[in-house]
Design a protein around this ligand. Structure first.
Ligand code: FMN
Length: 199
């Protein structure tokens, strides 16, 4: 698939199938995504994959963290949230003190990498949806993921197989490739006039 087609076709999909990239495949995709813009090449991020029963541990942490009464429908709903995909990948920004790269740039570099990873996964036939919400701040969740004080949880990529929804197929796994129209961005770009030099 060419780059422009991939960008126009990638979509966050839910629900997804039970198929997921292996740990080795995920590592390969991450290595590609790691080419994303990154001031000083700090790679100020790390990922934690969460599969199978580990997703239930996350669900339990959500239930405790949100204070849901165990055994209630609300608790069951909260606990089932991580089960919406076979593979969750926690996205952690790991900023360091750097004389030239402030923390905000490291956060931006992390987001750039994740965006690229979504595209790389799509190109390989998978679907990924970035989800976050107040759960990222819960101490129970941070403890489960063994996050250090300075690390910031940016949510999870929910990764799985795309249900077969269209005629064109992505050869790798069989996901549908449907190009979406470009969003209207007319008001999002302006040009500074040459004007008169003031400095
Ligand atoms: C940082 C971040 C956090 C997000 N968190 C959520 C979320 O918690 N729930 C949700 O439904 N979508 C969330 N989204 C949006 C989806 O990931 C997705 O981008 C959006 O539904 C648009 O779909 P598309 O990716 O197919 O264009 C988030 C996106 C970003 C960038």
């Amino acid at each position: 698939m060419d780059l422009i087609t991939a960008i126009r076709s990638r979509r966050s999909t839910a629900p997804v199938t039970d198929a997921a990239p292996s740990e080795a495949e995920l590592r390969e995709h991450l290595a590609v995504a790691a080419h994303s813009p990154d001031h000083a090449g700090l790679r100020p991020w790390r990922l934690i994959s969460i599969r199978g029963a580990a997703r239930q541990r996350l669900g339990d942490a959500l239930v405790t963290g949100f204070g849901d009464e165990p055994g209630t429908p609300a608790a069951a709903k909260t606990a089932s949230r991580p089960l919406r995909a076979p593979l969750l990948v926690a996205i952690v920004c790991t900023p360091v003190q750097h004389p030239k790269v402030p923390a905000w740039e490291q956060l931006a570099a992390t987001a750039a990498m994740v965006s690229t990873l979504e595209l790389v996964l799509f190109n390989a036939g998978w679907t990924a949806m970035w989800r976050s919400g107040p759960a990222v701040e819960l101490p129970e969740v941070r403890r489960l993921l063994e996050l250090a004080e300075h690390e910031q949880l940016l949510g999870w990529l929910y990764i799985g197989g795309s249900p077969d929804t269209g005629p064109a197929q992505n050869a790798a796994v069989g996901s549908a490739v449907v190009e979406q129209p470009d969003p209207e961005v007319g008001g999002k770009l302006s040009e500074l006039s040459a004007g008169t030099a003031t400095v």
